[in-house]
Design a protein around this ligand. Sequence first.
Ligand SMILES: [Zn+2]
Length: 160
Amino acid sequence: MKCRVCGNDVTDVSKCPVCGFPVIHGLEREDEENLTRMAEEYLMGQVEFYLTAHTYEEADNSIRESGQPKIKIGDGRDLSKGKILWNEQEFARIEGRRELSLEITIRAFGKDRSVRKIRVKAPSLRDFWHIGICLEGTGKVKFAVGNDRIYELSEAVSLL
Ligand SMILES: [Zn+2]
């Protein structure tokens, strides 16, 4: 039997050792539906998103990369379906780029679950850009780049 939240094997246990969701057997159809909804809410309450940013510094008349901090860009619990959750952080526009490559880390149940390289079209925006997260449906999100008026969306990415 598989965990309803994370898919881990939960045969012979009463609680999933990976995500902590309870294992419940032999339910009526109606309870099944409620449990599926609970599992979705549980997952969204545990997921966090981070963006690997690149910082630069000037040294000896040249520009070099000085670090790759992971910036938190949102929590699953704040997402609502079909709506973009924008992060406050401003990023400098990259001149001449047609496509951006974002490295997103998806964290859940207290540890990094996956690191994804996400491609998204550069928004036609003269201003700073922000990153946003949009809940697509069960277990899927898209990432937005731009601002609340002008933006581009990535392909859908699954959470686990
Ligand atoms: Zn689990």
